[in-house]
Design a binder for this molecule. Structure first.
Ligand code: NAD
Ligand code: ZN
Length: 248
């Protein structure tokens, strides 16, 4: 582990354009469960039954009741952890340009990162299925399920469900940054959800070094990633930053 931390710090120091791809794993230390893996939501639910747009459109009350209500409550209470603040420190050191996140919790922005591409939208705002009116999350009361608009239409979060398209601008910018970067950190993602999982592949194909930070190996390990630092993202980020501050 020590050798890999040192290697990562040296690789980051030498890189000209560093980017990061983050997933649900980095927010577990903030109390938000991931989808896959230990303690993940999929131990309790079938993703296609609760997180697919067809499931939501067929029975919004059920999806609000078993997934969205809990997600909204947990996300509103969550605070950034060392992995979010570590990435902000990296930006402040001039060593991170953009974060591509699959997370919908907004914690990178709360931690102070300034260029965050929300690949799967967010829970910070909701919109009406009928009139499209937008509401900030805190304006949405979940005492009544499903929550409703002034026009009585049903509200949904501005997050991307399975079966929906990635916001086109988020996809376009992510592909560009993946092509342009010469180092990509991949933290807390199982790299199983497409097309987000393609970003490290694009970066690798165009010559970037890929460093994974995850307690477990993933679909990228040993193929797309140059190396995996096995550990929790917060702890590993703290150690990389400490090492970097000595060599920059
Ligand atoms: P995932 O649930 O598929 O995988 C989580 C990964 O994080 C696993 O590989 C796991 O080993 C790793 N992990 C667990 N704890 C970790 C830690 N402390 N440090 C580093 N890694 C850790 O997550 P995904 O790849 O992001 O895909 C799931 C989809 O679910 C995403 O598209 C996202 O939109 C959505 N989601 C978001 C949140 C959130 O916003 N926090 C939470 C749940 C799901
Ligand atoms: Zn409405």
């Amino acid at each position: 582990m020590d050798t890999l931390i040192k290697r990562a710090a040296e690789d980051i120091a030498a890189a000209k354009l560093v980017t990061a791809l983050t997933g649900a794993g980095i927010s577990t230390e903030s109390g938000i469960p991931p989808f896959r893996g230990k303690g993940g939501l999929w131990e309790r639910f079938d993703p296609m039954e609760v997180a697919h747009i067809d499931a939501f459109m067929q029975d919004p009350t059920r999806v609000w009741e078993i997934l969205l209500k809990e997600m909204k409550t947990i996300v509103e209470a969550a605070r950034p952890n060392d992995s979010h603040t570590g990435l902000t420190k990296l930006e402040n050191l001039g060593k991170l340009s953009t974060i591509i996140t699959q997370n919908v919790d907004g914690l990178h922005q709360v931690a102070g990162s300034t260029d965050v591409i929300e690949f799967h939208g967010n829970f910070a705002s909701h919109r009406c299925l009928d009139c499209q009116k937008q509401y900030a999350s805190h304006e949405v009361q979940i005492t009544q399920i499903p929550p409703r608009c002034d026009c009585n239409g049903i509200l949904r979060p501005n997050a991307v469900f399975f079966g929906e398209l990635i916001p086109p601008e988020a996809l376009r910018r992510s592909q560009k940054i993946a092509t342009d970067c010469d180092l990509m950190l991949v933290l807390g993602t199982s790299a199983e959800v497409q097309p987000a999982a393609m970003m490290p592949v694009i970066a690798k194909d165009t010559g970037a070094t890929i460093i994974e930070i995850n307690p477990q190996s993933t679909a990228l390990t040993g193929t797309v990633s140059d190396y995996l630092i096995k550990g929790k993202a917060g702890e590993v980020m703290n150690r990389i930053i400490a090492e970097l501050e000595q060599i920059l």
